[in-house]
Every structure is written in C-alpha cells, then in structure tokens.
Design a protein around this ligand. Structure first.
Ligand SMILES: Cc1cc2nc3c(=O)[nH]c(=O)nc-3n(C[C@H](O)[C@H](O)[C@H](O)COP(=O)(O)OP(=O)(O)OC[C@H]3O[C@@H](n4cnc5c(N)ncnc54)[C@H](O)[C@@H]3O)c2cc1C
Length: 495
C-alpha cells in the first residue's frame, strides 16, 4: 500500500526537517509517514502487511512494526533517524533470503527497510565496474550484465538471492576460483550509516566501514544502497558439465574432489551435490572450450574413476548461469525459482579434506532421511584459486579454505502456515546431523562456518563466521552504531 499524505504527516515532516539538535518524534510510524516522494510504508493495518512481513523461508513469521520502501538515499537516512529516535531495531532487506529471516528482523518489532526500489544498474565500459543498486537480485543482475556488453560478476547461482545480503557476506559461485568471492570484488559502496549519514565506503574513504562491510556487512553497520563491483568479460566459449557418481563411492569421491582443488585450473569452478536419492553430482563451469574443460577435469576423473553418467555442454557464460540456476523457467531476468518452502540450512568451512569420521557421518545421514522431507542435500563448494588471493584485507576470513559445505533440509508441509515449524523429524535430523559433524571437526582447528548460511544453532557462531576479524568488527560497531540500532539475534555485538 502506498502511503497517503496526511496532515499528521505534515507535522512530522516539519520535525524531520528540523536541525539535528531538535528531537525527532518518537512515534516512528508518524515520523516515517512524513517522508515524501516515491517511498511507501506498510504497517500492520495495511492489507499486504502479512505478505510483506514474510521471508523467503516459511519457517519464520516475524511481526515487524513497519516495512518501509525508500526511493532515495535521503529516504533511507530519514527512516534510520525515525527508527533510531524510537529505539526500534532496523533490518535492511535486499532479496529476503537470510536463512534465519534476519531481513525481517529475526524477532518481532523491527523496522524493515526494503530496497526493492534500488534496482539501478549501469556499467562503465572503460573500467568494467558495474554500479548495482542494493535491491537487485542476482538473476536480473546477470541478465543486465549480459545485455550490456556480455559481462559477469563472480556471485552465487540462485537467481532470486539479493545482491545486498549476498555481497556483504561473501558470495561464492561458479566463477569464484577465477575471480574471488563477490565481497572481494566490491570497489566501493554507498552506505547510509546508523546515524543516517550518507557515505562512500572504499579503499580511500571510510576505510573501516569498507573493511567491515565486505564480509560482515549484512545488517550490522547500516544500509548499503549501491555497490560498485568489478565485472569481467568471460571468454566466448564456456563449458558446463554434470558428472554423476553413486553415493556409495562417497569416500573416494570426496577425497579426490578436495585434493583436486589444490592443482585444478582457476578457470574451473565446481560444486558437488550429495543427496538422499543416492546420487553425487559434480557440477562444473569451465571458462573455455569443451576440449579444454575435458582436459581440466581429467585429473579429477583419474582419481574418481569414470562417472556413471555425464552431460557436457559448450555454450556462452549466460547458458551456464541459466543451467545452474535450476529455475522452473529459463529467464534470469524474471526467475521462477520454485515455490517458497520450509528449509533449514547450515554450513561448515574446511581447511583440509574431510576426515573418515566426517565422511561416514554424511553417508549415514544421507542414507537414512527422515519422514516428511521433500529434499535433503549437501552442496560442497570447491574453494581455492583466486578466493585465496584477495586484493585487499576485509572482514571475510575464509580465504585458504579447501571446501565449504552447505547442509540443507527442505520440507513442504502443504497446508501449514508460515511460522509453523512443522516436520519435527526433519528439523531433528538436520540438527543431529550437524551436531555430529561439529563433534567430528578436525581436532585443534577452530570451527569455521560461512556467514551467508547463517544459523542460530551454531555455538560460538561469531568466532566461526568472523574469526580473527571479530575484535576489530566490535570496535567499528561501537564507533558507528553505539546504540546498536542495527541489531538482530546474530548481528555484530558491541562487546
Ligand atoms: C535458495 C538460496 C540459494 C543460495 N545460493 C547461494 C550461493 O550460490 N552462493 C552463496 O554464497 N550464497 C548463497 N545463498 C546464501 C545467500 O548468499 C545469503 O542468504 C544472503 O545473505 C542472501 O542475501 P539477500 O539479500 O537475498 O537476503 P536478505 O535476507 O535480504 O539479507 C540477508 C542479511 O543481510 C542484510 N542485508 C541485506 N541487504 C542489505 C543491505 N543492502 N545493506 C545492509 N545489510 C543488508 C539483512 O538485513 C540480513 O541480515 C543462498 C541462499 C538461498 C536461500
């Protein structure tokens, strides 16, 4: 529902335009209603409030105080001041794919600042730097990059994921071994900080924020309204392949896969899906011809043996992006990515190949799925390559990892309502599986996990996500957000 201008709002507008020495109204809603222009506000009395409050994952049904859709940086700034004056927690929202529903606050009573109107895009063809509004999603971004000179940015595969949360927490996808994680390709950002100040964060301006936002930026340090990201021109031929193996060969295949990363070409990126159907599928994108791709995977196949089936296709980069987006249509600009569902995702990042115990736990759980799941699978990303050679330091600390694993459990439960957790056995199975993996994690190694697969069940999650970056992150948090306005259950703490 678009906001209707009222006399009450006029009063609040006057307050907003007041100098900083004058207090803003503590009634956040009337303060927000005073923001003019193309912004709009959803409140609990709006007809679409429930729809707007929902996250992509139906596990959650938080009740925000309001959802504000700004149209300009000044709108964002004004909204931050309104929430701050009323001590209401602020949750920025880009694509809404947070695993714990944090862009809906992760708790009741937050103000969601939804960036759906920040979908600007352009590319500078001299520097190959793309300017991408903070509300763009990956699929439409890939489509725009392609339409404007056949560019790519190194980012994830799911087309409905938002650039905001994704880029600020890392961003791993099918060209990461060649170009690094997405956060390492951010050249600069426009950020509206917790005081409402509109800033540029780059290697030369607001350098603390630039460091913190790249890796730990999701929801803790302000609202990033625009990214400037290094884009690349892929070669004219790009090869995609799937290689299927039986899950029963899990031990050999997992060992071969982890070892392969150390010497594999950086033109090659792979992820492996292991699921409860008894299949292990290695998905590969190779930046080059089919003949060269076959040469690049030869060392892997030497160690694994012949796959039971394979499907190798030579095309353009965009064909590979569409293929591994697993959409119900093939339109990256308007992706239809499967119905919203209930899901629990978790992660672990490994600096070495899995040990025997870890591999056996994976096999044990995947061969004994619980009743009620619609899907349960592991995605094992092959790290290394340029991921390990960032151009500058940032709060992303997982450089040097060998593989990253995402553990996913999904269930449908038709008939249940968002917020109803349902399928108890699915959730218990997922948690027990993860607990066993945590217990088997190689002794003496601090547990590492990927913050873009954020998970409340992970003990000491701040250390696992941010490691050695945590003390500096807390110092920066204290300095830019002393009142902790940008807070959610796993935001960067003040202390
Ligand atoms: C189906 C699916 C597929 C995925 N595939 C991949 C993948 O291939 N590779 C990968 O690396 N990750 C992947 N992810 C994880 C994904 O990167 C994270 O969930 C990411 O945080 C989602 O970003 P979002 O903008 O969609 O989410 P949101 O829920 O909007 O945001 C996530 C967090 O970031 C904050 N935030 C969002 N936008 C901003 C902003 N502009 N400024 C400040 N804070 C902001 C939010 O407040 C929230 O805390 C996937 C997730 C899902 C659900």
């Amino acid at each position: 529902m678009h906001f209707q201008w009222t006399s009450l709002a006029l009063v609040a507008a006057a307050a907003l335009q007041a100098t900083t020495s004058q207090a803003l109204p503590t009634n956040m809603i009337s303060c927000l209603q005073a923001i003019k222009g193309k912004s709009y506000l959803i409140t609990p009395s709006s007809s679409n409030y429930t729809k707007e409050s929902l996250t992509e994952n139906y596990l959650f049904n938080y009740k925000p105080q309001a959802i504000f859709h700004p149209a300009t940086n000044n709108d964002v700034s004004a909204a931050i001041k309104c929430a701050s004056a009323a001590n209401v927690a602020i949750a920025p929202r880009s694509g809404g794919h947070s695993f714990e529903g944090y862009s809906a606050g992760g708790q009741d009573g937050s103000l969601i600042i939804d960036l759906n109107q920040f979908n600007q895009f352009s590319i500078d063809k001299k520097t190959n730097i793309a300017t991408i509004g903070g509300g763009n999603r990956l699929g439409p971004t890939y489509a725009k990059l392609w339409a404007n000179g056949q560019y790519l940015i190194p980012a994830g595969t799911c087309p409905t994921v938002g650039i905001g949360g994704h880029a600020l927490g890392g961003g791993v996808g099918m060209t990461s071994r060649k170009y690094g994680v997405l956060s390492d390709n951010i050249v600069s950002m426009t950020v509206v900080d917790p005081s409402g100040a509109i800033k540029t964060a780059s290697a030369t301006e607001n350098t603390d924020l630039y460091w913190a936002l790249r890796g730990a930026g999701g929801g803790s340090f302000g609202v990033v309204t625009e990214f400037r990201i290094q884009a690349y021109k892929p070669p004219s031929k790009v090869t995609s392949m799937t290689l299927d193996f039986p899950l029963s060969k899990y031990s050999t295949i997992l060992d071969a896969y982890a070892a392969f990363g150390a010497t594999a070409s950086e033109d090659l990126m792979a992820e492996m899906n292991l699921d409860t159907s008894g299949n292990m599928q290695v998905q590969v994108v190779y930046l080059g011809s089919k003949a060269d791709a076959n040469k690049a995977v030869a060392p892997l196949l030497k160690a694994t043996g012949k796959p039971k089936s394979s499907d190798i296709r030579e095309g353009k980069w965009i064909d590979a992006a569409v293929r591994f987006a697993w959409m119900q249509n093939s339109d990256l600009a308007n992706p239809k990515a499967g119905d919203s569902n209930y899901a629990k995702g978790r992660s672990l990042v490994y600096r070495q190949a899995l040990n025997k115990k870890e591999k056996d736990i994976i096999y044990k759980y995947l061969t004994a799925p619980p009743k009620g799941i619609s899907a349960a699978y592991l995605i094992v990303d092959l790290w290394g390559g340029k991921i390990n050679r960032p151009a500058s330091e940032s709060a992303f600390v997982h450089h040097g990892a060998v593989i990253g694993i995402e553990f996913v459990t999904e269930w449908g439960d038709a008939g249940t309502k968002p917020g109803k957790k349902a399928c108890g056995p699915c959730q218990t199975w997922s948690l027990n599986f993860y607990k066993e993996m945590l217990a088997a994690y190689t002794k003496g190694q601090p547990i590492q996990a990927y913050q873009n697969y954020i998970d409340k069940d992970l003990p000491n999650s701040m250390d696992a996500y941010y490691g050695k970056a945590l003390p500096r992150l807390k110092t920066i948090k204290k300095s830019v957000d002393p009142n902790n306005v940008f807070r959610f259950p796993q935001s960067i703490p003040l202390n």
